[in-house]
Design a protein around this ligand. Structure first.
Ligand code: MG
Length: 262
């Protein structure tokens, strides 16, 4: 959990457009993480269990309030927000690049990474409006960062905002961003044991995308076992197999996304 994982506070936002390159906007994210995440406080034992639990509850309660504000802001505008989560390298950005090029929907993207605007540049080149959040030492996006990014993006009524979270199967599961749906990617190259190892992430999923299925002939990935484990954790979650390389399964993902708007 975040009181012990090393998250810290200051996030930077930049709007990346194909025309102006990178316009950096410092969004001074003083979400009190230094204090609330429990780093640097000198009073009391650092790893005392009771204190850690209280700090986690405070951080998450504050985040939940901000997430609720994001949710009503999005609802008032008629904008659908989706929180896209996975381990690093599962193919989130590649999925979004192809989606950005193929899907006939008003779609914009919030990118979360510790450093660089590499992913935002890819989305921008695919023709969509995108804001990059750099979390520094932070290992997840929080509702406050997303609120600032939404303001910069200014999404229109009827549009979709896909929030690509920082690649991490642990902390992002804890932080509500105000999204309407949670999508978890699991690539076949990671192995089929991720749901049982990281149950919190999969338990909250509305959709699980099994990605890189074009590589199935070359890797040891038990599709049936993976599906059964996901089903156990999240009985109502939809599961779709996709390859953003070959395009297989992508129409099912588009249909699911379109269905969320309706
Ligand atoms: Mg990415």
């Amino acid at each position: 959990m975040c009181a012990t994982c090393g998250c810290s506070g200051a996030a930077r936002l930049r709007l990346v457009t194909p025309h102006d390159g990178q316009h950096e906007h410092d969004a001074q994210h003083e979400h009190d993480a230094q204090h609330e995440h429990g780093h640097g406080h000198t009073h009391g034992p650092e790893h005392e269990h009771g204190r850690t639990v209280v700090l986690q509850q405070k951080v998450l309660a504050k985040n939940d309030k901000l997430a609720a504000l994001n949710r009503s802001w999005l609802a008032e505008r008629g904008v659908l927000a989706v929180n896209l989560m996975s381990s690093p390298g599962a193919g989130k950005t590649t999925l979004l690049e192809r989606t950005a090029r193929e899907l006939d929907l008003d779609l914009c993207v919030i990118e979360g990474d510790q450093e660089t605007a590499l992913d935002a540049s890819r989305i921008s080149r695919a023709g969509r409006k995108v804001v990059q959040i750099n979390t520094g030492a932070g290992c997840h996006l929080d509702a406050s960062m997303v609120a600032d990014a939404l303001e910069q993006l200014d999404p229109q009524a009827g549009s979709v905002v896909v929030i690509e979270n920082v690649g991490n199967l642990v902390c992002p599961a804890l932080f509500d961003l105000g999204e309407a749906a949670r999508v978890v990617l699991a690539s076949v190259t990671e192995g089929a044991d991720k749901p049982v190892k990281y149950p919190h992430m999969f338990r909250g999923a509305d959709l699980v995308l099994v990605t890189k299925t074009d590589l199935l002939p070359y890797v040891d990935f038990d599709v049936a076992r993976h599906a059964a484990d996901v089903k156990q954790l999240s009985p109502d979650a939809r599961m779709i197999q996709v390859s953003a390389t070959t395009g297989a399964g992508m129409p099912d993902w588009y249909t699911w996304l379109g269905g969320q708007i309706a």
